[in-house]
Design a protein around this ligand. Structure first.
Ligand SMILES: CC(C)(COP(=O)(O)OP(=O)(O)OC[C@H]1O[C@@H](n2cnc3c(N)ncnc32)[C@H](O)[C@@H]1OP(=O)(O)O)[C@@H](O)C(=O)NCCC(=O)NCCS
Length: 159
């Protein structure tokens, strides 16, 4: 048995299985499992924090039937653009997570969960707490204001 993980462009301690479609500008941390075996798309700009697992297959039924049901279940999983996946969160197979969502640390998204865009999702089993669309707009405005201040300071204007 090999003791090394297959190489990937994200982190030497990330395990990328199968051929997931991962968009540009994604960050994927250590001790993650990115399972493309049942089909997986991750949109651009996502962050997958350390310890998180995004799954698209399950051997649960095969295991408990002693392989009387000798097949692995697969369901494609989709993560939209600019989704933040918190540390140790688990996204089970068949989930669809809408763009610009935050998945809290340790959340477990049940198989097939549909999450609307701009959601804050936490807990076990995970639940949508609220829309963060207006918060994101405020954070963007905060970023723009900080950038303006930095520009003014750089140009010698102390106001
Ligand atoms: C979810 C998170 C972003 C906080 O968001 P927030 O807007 O400040 O959340 P709030 O404080 O409004 O919490 C809303 C509810 O979710 C709960 N909650 C927040 N984070 C939670 C978590 N990770 N797991 C379970 N419940 C959580 C709160 O207790 C609160 O519950 P209540 O409504 O019953 O009181 C943050 O807790 C988190 O999990 N961040 C992940 C950080 C991370 O993984 N970093 C890795 C390195 S970058």
């Amino acid at each position: 048995m090999s003791s090394t993980l297959p190489q990937n462009p994200y982190h030497e301690l990330a395990w990328i299985a199968g051929q997931p479609e991962i968009g540009p500008e994604c960050w994927i941390g250590a001790f993650t499992l990115i399972d493309g075996l049942g089909g997986l798309k991750i949109g651009r700009g996502c962050n997958v924090s350390s310890g998180a697992q995004i799954l698209s297959h399950s051997t649960a039924r095969r295991c408990v039937t002693e392989r009387a049901l000798n097949q692995v279940d697969h369901r494609p999983t989709e993560i939209g653009e600019f989704v933040f996946v918190g540390a140790n969160a688990v996204v089970l197979m068949g989930c669809r997570v809408g763009h610009h969502s935050i998945i809290g640390a340790g959340a477990v998204l049940a198989e097939g969960m549909e999450v609307p865009p701009y959601s804050l999702i936490v807990g076990v089993p995970a639940r949508v707490v609220r829309s963060i669309e207006s918060e994101i707009a405020a954070w963007r405005a905060e970023g723009a204001e900080l950038a303006r201040k930095a520009e003014r300071l750089a140009s010698g204007d102390k106001q």
